[in-house]
Design a binder for this molecule. Sequence first.
Ligand code: SF4
Ligand code: SF4
Length: 305
Amino acid sequence: MSAKAYPGQEAIKEKGWLAAYKWLILRRASQLIILLLFLLGPWFGVWIVKGNLTSSLILDVVPLSDPFILLQSLIAGHVAASTAIIGAAIVMGVYLLLGGRVYCSFVCPMNFVTDVSRWIAKRFDLPKGWKPARETRLWILAAVMIAAFVTGVMAWEMLNPVTVLHRGLVYGLSYTWTVALAIFIFDMVVSRRGWCGHLCPMGAFYGLIGSVSLLRVSAKRRTACNDCMDCFAVCPEPHVITPALRGANTGTGPVILSGDCTNCGRCIDVCSKDVFEFDVRFNNAAPANEGRADTDAVSTDRHAA
Ligand code: SF4
Ligand code: SF4
């Protein structure tokens, strides 16, 4: 069983199973708890949270709104209620602190679907398939906003797989499974990690927030890296790792600044050398005496999804 085929084996040996899966477990717990909070009302009449991921009210007091949806609504020409604006400001504030794509890794119900699809594809060594340009999701994001402006309605929300999946789960709609299955098969057969990695406009939107957010992953102890490549193998966006991990010889700081990083913490989990940790984006000075002996430029694609 090689560490490359099964990333994280060295970390399990060095740190123990729990430490090597800590952030993955926390992520799944977060996804499940958030979904359960939404289900408690419709299923058991316990209304801690009313609504869905688009717009909700916690304990009848705190409004939460998805800023991606609010933006579409405003561009479509709708007048936003003050609770929607306050709710979006709260959500924006949280993601500006914790990282925009924390939405993807800790909240979005589609993440579990695409993670399972990717896991199976890797285990069976299926072809990676079509690889759209990374900017594609930004173009789709622009198209979503243009569609709202032209049609005067939030046209994308009628199709948005994330919205459809979450509403379907909360309100028990049968076509939910069709949407989840379509993305699952698309990612497995047509384009590995294609939906979240290249196409989803919500991911693109939250990635833009993430490009200025405070909490970041830092390759703080990058001189300890033994080039096992396990972090690249598990990362859903492996291109974000290289500048921070390999930047010692170019004076680049150790913080992963790209908004594409989902702050999922899997690189922290699987690193047996404890290279990575959460930090703030401003702690990005490259230590003066850091210099690594090796100058290899390791391809991020070697173990990319
Ligand atoms: S990229 Fe889109 S579908 Fe994927 S986890 Fe993020 S919001 Fe959800
Ligand atoms: S760099 Fe680390 S935290 Fe960021 S997406 Fe990759 S595995 Fe997750």
